[in-house]
Ligand binder design. Structure first.
Ligand code: B12
Ligand code: SF4
Length: 495
């Protein structure tokens, strides 16, 4: 039964995950995606009604779509997608087109941006957004609702009567503070563990990165507009205003690195320190940083400490200098820089979380052991270890296709992403990569962390790899137990 006759926009988010119940598939506040939340804010402020639906693998797509469309009068559906979500998103879009061909399906996000030509070939998508989508989406909705003829909309490729209308230009929004703050409350009912240790609100502080790492999407994204700046900084007063408005004690500052610009770093840390001064409960921050030699000084860590940034995420990726510089094209830093960084952070009681990739193309077991060795020396508080996934549109992906190591873009799902070895290399088989992944924490933290924690972390890696063979009910039980265990262990760290 149609409850509302008003036309509405449906925003679809997908999580190809079996970790949470289907009615609450998002685990933590931290997992709220910012891109589509910025777009929803723009739509709401333009006066249009919208609805959000989050699909996980546990949903019956047909049943849920039928129900949603019988209760609402949607005319436009918006999809956001990174590469691992794309096939799932396409499945939903295809079903919508099948039952409601008049609906306009619009897709944006990193995957659509970097692969727009392929995405445009799909019958199920009417519009593909390349780059930032806030203004483009509102503009498009306006044209549809007012029944106006569309000649061209910046950042959008639009299918119209069998033709494709190209955008006049592709741009990045340079003044990030001209955008409405992302919609957050709309996500509340979809989150399983909002109060967990891991929950923090994400606040965007910059967009873009200057570096050209071959496995990351940033170098490819930076090329899509030649007329506007890719690396953008927000005004620090506006950042603080948004932090205060979300009224939460843990904030994850979203930026590729706090050290992209020294003046910005100084201004931001000064403002965060000041904002905490008269608070009974100080806001605690997470942020990302680089490890460069040039920032390794007391002043940097003192500022981080005073701003109450208690957790710094840093990318090591590989302990092999050769792999870092020749394959990943990482910026220049040495293993000694990482060691000094961790030592200095310890002195200031700042936790270090390190990003590590394994199963990197052209990597040998010896390279992998170099990663283990440096991490054993540094003992970061936590390590996000992932198996390398080739993302289409990136330089490393292209190199793998040229070297005939992969044929092209194969299906991989989010639950397999970066946890399941999907490519065998000359120097490293899939099985070897998988075992390196499962036993990673034991190798790094043996005799440094309690056995119960090592068991939990190792069992977690095993579950990520082989979840498809474990019945869903026992998986949920095990996953919940492991999450609770980790939560408890982390709370003891008192961060
Ligand atoms: C913060 C972040 C996260 C956060 C939030 C995720 C999110 N979906 O926003 C968390 C930690 C949860 C996360 C998780 C993951 N992430 Co992440 N993440 C980022 C990061 C660093 C910034 C993203 C961000 O907030 N940007 C700012 C917002 C405003 O921009 P945006 O998201 O691009 O959205 C704009 C446009 O793309 C466009 N747009 C987006 N959606 C739509 C939809 C429509 C209809 C339209 C019209 C336009 C549009 O308009 C938006 C506003 O301007 C990027 C790096 C990067 N440069 O993008 C990686 C990045 C997006 N992540 C990446 C990956 C791989 C992941 C994971 C798959 C990792 C994993 N295995 O768990 C998951 C996927 C989760 C998911 N389902 O999306 C990759 C994606 C690469 C690829 N080609 O697929 C990136 C690009 C980093 C990289 N390695 O290159 N991530
Ligand atoms: S430094 Fe990080 S964000 Fe920047 S290009 Fe490299 S991997 Fe991407």
């Amino acid at each position: 039964m149609l409850k509302s006759r008003n036309k509405k926009i449906l925003c679809v988010y997908t999580l190809d995950s079996i970790l949470c119940p289907k009615d609450k598939p998002i685990r933590y506040l931290t997992d709220i995606p910012l891109g589509i939340s910025y777009i929803m804010a723009a739509i709401k402020h333009a006066g249009y009604e919208l609805e959000l639906f989050v699909f996980s693998q546990k949903n019956d797509i047909k049943k849920d779509i039928n129900k949603l469309f019988s209760e609402n009068n949607f005319d436009i559906v918006l999809f956001t997608s990174v590469s691992s979500q794309y096939f799932f998103v396409r499945k939903i879009a295809q079903y919508i087109k099948e039952v409601k061909p008049e609906i306009k399906n619009v897709i944006g996000g990193v995957h659509a941006t970097l692969n727009f030509k392929d995405v445009l070939k799909e019958d199920c998508f009417d519009v593909v957004c390349v780059g930032d989508g806030e203004h483009a989406t509102v503009d498009y909705i306006k044209h549809i609702r007012e029944n106006k003829q569309i000649n061209s909309i910046d950042n959008l490729y639009i299918k119209e009567n069998g033709n494709i209308l190209n955008p006049n230009k592709i741009y990045f929004t340079e003044d990030l503070d001209s955008l409405y703050p992302p919609l957050r409350d709309i996500w509340n009912k979809w989150i399983s563990f909002p109060k967990s240790y891991y929950s923090a609100y994400k606040i965007l502080v910059t967009r873009g990165c200057y570096n050209n790492c071959s496995y990351c999407s940033n170098h490819a994204l930076s090329r899509i507009s030649s007329t506007t700046k890719y690396v953008r900084y927000r005004n620090v007063d506006k950042i603080v205003e948004e932090i205060n408005s979300v009224n939460y004690h843990k904030i994850d500052l979203v930026c590729e690195s706090l050290t992209l610009n020294k003046q910005f770093f100084n201004d931001l840390t000064t403002a965060l320190k000041k904002n905490n001064e008269n608070r009974a409960t100080k806001i605690l921050y997470y942020a990302e940083s680089n490890v460069y030699h040039s920032i390794l000084n007391e002043d940097f860590f003192r500022r981080i400490d005073e701003a109450n940034i208690r957790v710094l995420g840093i990318g090591l990726e590989s302990g092999s200098y050769k792999i870092r510089r020749k394959v990943l094209l990482r910026p220049n830093y040495s293993n000694k820089d990482l060691y000094n960084f961790c030592q200095m952070a310890k002195k200031f009681n700042i936790a270090v979380h390190t990003y590590v990739l394994i199963g990197i193309p052209y990597e040998t077991q010896n390279d992998y052991l170099k990663t283990i060795n440096i991490l054993r020396k540094c003992q970061p508080n936590f390590i996000f270890v992932y198996i390398y996934m080739p993302y289409p549109g990136t330089n490393l992906y292209k190199r793998l296709v040229e070297d005939k190591i992969i044929k092209g873009y194969n299906y991989f799902s989010h639950s397999e992403e970066r946890t399941k070895a999907l490519v065998s290399y000359k120097n490293m088989s899939k099985l070897r990569i998988q075992l390196n992944y499962i036993f990673f924490f034991i190798r790094v933290y043996w005799k440094h962390k309690p056995l119960i924690e090592l068991f939990t972390l190792t069992a977690g890696r095993f579950l990520y790899c082989y979840n498809r063979f474990i019945p869903s009910f026992s998986y949920n039980f095990l996953e919940k137990k492991l999450s609770q265990n980790l939560d408890k262990l982390n709370q003891n760290e008192n961060l």
